[in-house]
Design a protein around this ligand. Structure first.
Ligand code: AGP
Length: 605
């Protein structure tokens, strides 16, 4: 979703802003803009990609040692040059970039229009910058005071950087429910919605607390104020560039690199689990009778896998909720419940809100996240970090398999705490888990060619059906999600037993049907479901463990994965499904790292 980068220092701002915008591209956006400050503000905004903005700027004035940049993912008003950020106040004195949503923008706009303000754009962000100017004029306030007053009127979420042309070297930055960090270098400041835009020049980092205004002036120490204009403290922490630096290496895309590094990312997740808040989590588990998992998209699919695993091995009831639906359910949450939020980014607004609801009811909360110091990590009582490394591809791959690995570790921790498995059983499963990175490497190399070949048979399809049973059912729906996200082929995932209750009507000659067959007691049943599909002349692709025998002629294409215990299958089976989606999207010439309309961190509800 929207991204912010701003700079104040001694260097030319333009290349820093463009570099930052390029690093933010992975989040998803439909227009980009910059404003550089050199006495006057030079504003340039374009729909399309950062490259379009760069071409547009070639013969424009982009000079200045200070500037603001933004990538916009349209919410209020379509993707147009005018609606792109930065936005300015009526007098052009104030320039602002904004992430988030001003929920009460309509009533604020009506009030401002009543007082004679005119608007150029359809955005909620323009309302905010105009509101600050209104406070400045009406109450003769400083920019900082006016910003603080305006934000007290605002309902919703925001990360904002504001510049006032009368305060030459100064930027103001503030956030609420939307990330914003400040990188501090040698007499220079970098402000961004994501610290991975910072380079080695940042020596320290400030994770701005909510509703704290940072006043950042070139060559001066930062000063922080509450919205009521009282000076407050903020921590300055050391910044480790190596932790956020990312590159594609020799791979053609970040997504492909992320798929192929899953042996390493899973290793890090498994090794890192013991360093999570394990003792405190164990204490929480002792007083837990029910787990409610809340998440969105791919992370929700991890939640369903968790439901199968925890119920089977740890004998605890698990419910899985779409985070966006959690607030519309009248859950009777009690003190023997535990709510677990799962999120790759740690910034998903729906998941954040669901955890906040749980917290407001006094329920224990855990976050399973990849995004270090993310909002969700900070909300939850305890955190399990995935340590998968930054995921740039918008479609989640390595973060998903790391979520599943962390869930397996958590399942064993619960089983140990609840004594639902013997120590010997836990040790045996642990020994298998330790072999997981090896199984993943084997699967990557054995399924690559086959996935590539099958992609040729899928790339012309208009739609596809994915089937699974038991613990492989969530893997089938995740496989379908991957295909639709990156190749734009319509795909549905179903529990295979449900097919006869409706989706069977869709089956026709050559429809690609991808079936995930597990080596457990569900195998016979899903095989008979595939027979129903084959009888209707669909094109059958089966993902199965080597040791599972299929009736002759049942499948048109088979991808064999290693013979692993069935609880490891969700991870192992995900790999050929990711590759299948990847190579199909590649054949279709899609922009795999940044699929249309999608955002990496969905920071609006
Ligand atoms: C994954 O491929 C998707 N881009 C999407 O479904 C994602 O999983 C969802 O938006 C939740 O994101 P989160 O894990 O960062 O909370």
């Amino acid at each position: 979703m929207c991204g912010i980068i701003a700079y104040a220092g001694a260097n030319e701002a333009y290349p820093i802003l463009i570099d930052g915008l390029r690093k933010l591209e992975y989040r998803g956006y439909d227009s980009a803009g910059i404003g550089t400050v050199n006495g006057a503000v030079h504003l340039h905004k374009r729909t399309g990609k950062v490259n379009d903005l760069v071409s547009y700027c070639e013969d424009k004035n982009t000079s200045g040692n200070m500037g603001l940049g933004h990538t916009r993912w349209a919410t209020h008003g379509s993707a147009t040059n005018l609606n792109a950020h930065p936005h300015q106040s009526q007098s052009k004195r104030l320039t602002m970039v904004h992430n988030g949503i001003i929920e009460n923008h309509q009533s604020l706009k009506e009030m401002l229009e009543f007082h004679g303000f005119e608007f150029e754009t359809e955005t909620d962000s323009e309302v905010l910058v105009q509101l600050v100017e209104w406070y400045q004029i009406r109450y003769k306030l400083s920019t900082r005071e006016a910003l603080g007053r305006a934000l007290q009127d605002v309902q919703g979420s925001f990360a904002v950087v504001l510049h006032d042309t009368t305060a030459k070297h100064q930027l103001l930055a503030v956030r609420r429910q939307s990330p914003l960090v400040v990188g501090v270098g040698d007499a220079e400041y970098f402000i961004s919605s994501d610290s991975m835009t910072f380079d080695r020049s940042s020596e320290s980092i400030i994770y701005l607390e909510e509703d704290v205004i940072a006043q950042l002036c070139y060559n001066e120490a930062p000063v922080f104020y509450s919205l009521e204009d009282q000076v407050v403290d903020q921590d300055l922490l050391p910044f480790d560039y190596k932790k956020v630096a990312v590159s594609k290496g020799d791979f053609e895309s970040f997504t492909l690199k992320e798929i192929f590094e899953q042996n390493l990312s899973i290793s890090r997740t498994l090794d890192g689990f013991e360093n999570s808040d394990v003792d405190e989590i164990t204490k929480m588990l002792q007083s837990t009778d029910r787990i409610i998992i809340t998440a969105c998209g791919t992370s929700w699919h991890s939640g369903i896998v968790a439901e199968y695993l925890i119920e089977k091995y740890a004998h605890l009831n698990v419910e899985v909720e779409y985070a966006s639906e959690m607030r519309y359910k009248s859950h009777t949450l009690g003190d023997r419940d535990l709510v677990i939020g799962i999120s790759q980014s740690g910034e998903t607004a729906d998941t954040k809100m669901a955890l906040e609801i749980a917290k407001s009811k006094g329920v224990k909360t855990i976050a399973i996240v990849n995004g270090v110091d993310s909002s969700i990590a900070r909300i939850a009582d305890r955190v399990i970090y995935l340590k998968a490394g930054i995921e740039i591809g918008v479609a989640s791959t390595k973060a998903f398999t790391s979520q599943l690995s962390a869930i397996l570790m958590l399942t064993l921790l619960i089983a140990r705490t609840k004594k639902s498995l013997t120590i010997a059983q836990v040790d045996e499963m642990m020994a298998e888990l330790n072999k997981l990175p090896g199984y993943v490497s084997e699967t990557l190399s054995s399924s690559k060619q086959m996935a590539r070949r099958i992609a040729y048979h899928i790339s012309d399809a208009r739609s596809a059906l994915y089937l699974g049973r038991g613990i492989s059912f969530p893997i089938a729906i995740e496989g379908a999600l991957k295909l639709k996200e990156i190749s734009y082929i319509h795909a549905e995932g179903y529990p295979s037993g449900e097919m006869k209750h409706g989706p069977i009507a869709l089956i026709e000659e050559d429809l690609p049907v991808v079936a995930v067959v597990n080596n457990d007691d569900s195998a016979a049943k899903i095989i008979s479901n595939i027979q129903e599909v084959k009888a209707r002349k669909a094109m059958v692709v089966v993902i199965k463990n080597k040791n599972v025998e299929l009736p002759k002629g049942l499948a048109d294409h088979v991808i064999n994965v290693p013979d692993v215990p069935s609880y490891l299958n969700p991870i192992i089976q995900s790999i050929p499904l990711q590759l299948l989606a990847y190579y199909t999207a590649k054949l279709k010439g899609c922009n795999i790292d940044q699929p249309r309309n999608l955002a990496k961190s969905v920071t609006v509800e």
